[in-house]
Ligand binder design. Structure first.
Ligand code: PRE
Length: 357
């Protein structure tokens, strides 16, 4: 064996030593991480890192320079922090790591999360019994099981229509019962939950309340499914953590809903983050729906965006329908009338069938 080969052989065994030691170190890091998580301590500890660097560099006899050694160890600390963070997300109850099987939620005969496409349709806001009744009839005629409608409306302006409140929920319930539908409606205040549960089958938590932690906790204490919408400017990680608030209190029946995020783009009301769907499906075991109405704010692209949602693997599509959108008290530019809804449903069911979903 020549000298070069000998040196390389030595190097191979040193590499393996380093590998063993670095993973030994990683195991200690994981144990420290678990203690920190239990005690809700910050994982990053710059004082500890500085102490270790001082100790290590004071023992450094070269040939590497102090700055090089510091650089290498800083990289090790960084990787250690990431390892502690990974271990933490592993522990999330909504994560696939925790529960590999899909969560399937049965609501009024619709099994959301079962691989098929489900629909939640209805007016933006409940305005009258007659209005909801007309929409509910159309919804039922398309074989849909879930009726949506806003009774408590968190509006951008305090002078806009704020919804009919409990009376709106009563209207929804009456129309839904007549047509055999389940009711999905938004609740904005934990104090309304108990009374609202008399009329609701699914509690919606809207985008503006995605980080209303008291509301999330209250929704975690009930035994009805929750449809949680992504916040206007929420990252996927913040969205997942909002769901974790609900499941951590015992309610695991959560449907996530991508509804567009705020970007610089003005051609649509929000920017539909379609890639959030497969990411949420990979990261969590929860069903994921797409609200095409709020993400686009445009009737003319509801169908293509709904097709995209199905193609990318969403468990359902949500959209708004109003008997006469021109006179709707909210969101008149984006709701479909009943004729448009009927043809939208015919087309989208066709697409879902082609995808076998
Ligand atoms: C460790 C990791 C991250 C911290 O910023 C400091 C140190 C390390 O890798 O040594 C371990 C650790 O979490 C700790 O000692 O507190």
């Amino acid at each position: 064996m020549n000298e070069m080969d000998q040196l390389r052989e030595q190097m191979d065994s040193v590499n393996l030593e380093i590998l063993k030691l670095i993973n030994q170190r990683a195991e200690i890091v994981q144990q420290i991480g678990q203690i920190k998580a239990k005690q809700s301590m910050n994982r990053f500890d710059p004082v500890r890192e500085r102490d270790m660097l001082n100790q290590i560099t004071s023992k450094n006899d070269g040939p590497f320079q102090k700055s090089t050694i510091e650089h290498i160890f800083k990289e090790i600390f960084k990787a250690s922090l990431e390892l502690q963070e990974d271990d933490h997300s592993k522990a999330l109850l909504v994560s696939r790591k925790k529960k590999p099987e899909d969560t399937v939620i049965e609501i009024n005969g619709a099994t959301i999360g079962d691989g098929n496409t489900h629909y939640v349709m209805g007016p933006c806001a409940v305005e009258s019994y007659d209005q909801v009744d007309q929409v509910a009839e159309a919804v039922k005629n398309k074989g849909i099981k879930l009726l949506r409608g806003g009774a408590f409306k968190p509006r951008t302006s305090p002078y806009d229509f704020q919804g009919l409140g409990i009376e709106g929920l009563q209207i929804l319930r009456k129309a839904a019962d007549k047509h055999g539908l389940a009711v999905v409606s938004e609740i904005v205040n934990p104090a309304h939950l108990e009374e609202a549960l008399e009329y609701l089958d699914v509690v919606q938590i809207g985008a503006r309340n995605m980080q209303n932690f008291e509301l999330l906790k209250a929704a975690g204490d009930i035994n009805k499914p929750v449809l949680l919408k992504r916040g206007l400017s929420a990252t996927i990680s913040e969205f997942i953590n909002a769901a974790e608030y609900i499941i951590s209190r015992g309610n695991g029946n959560i449907i996530l809903c991508e509804r567009g995020i705020r970007t610089y783009e003005k051609a649509t009301r929000n920017t539909l983050d379609i890639s959030a769907v497969p990411i949420l499906k990979q990261e969590t075991h929860l069903p994921v729906m797409v609200d095409v109405t709020h993400s686009t704010g445009r009737r003319d692209i509801l169908l293509p965006t709904a097709k995209a949602a199905i193609a990318i693997g969403a468990d359902g599509v949500m959209a708004e329908v109003h008997p006469d959108p021109a006179v709707a008290l909210s969101d008149s530019a984006q709701q479909m009338d009943i004729q448009m809804f009927n043809s939208f449903m015919d087309d989208i069911i066709d697409v879902a069938n082609k995808f076998n979903r």
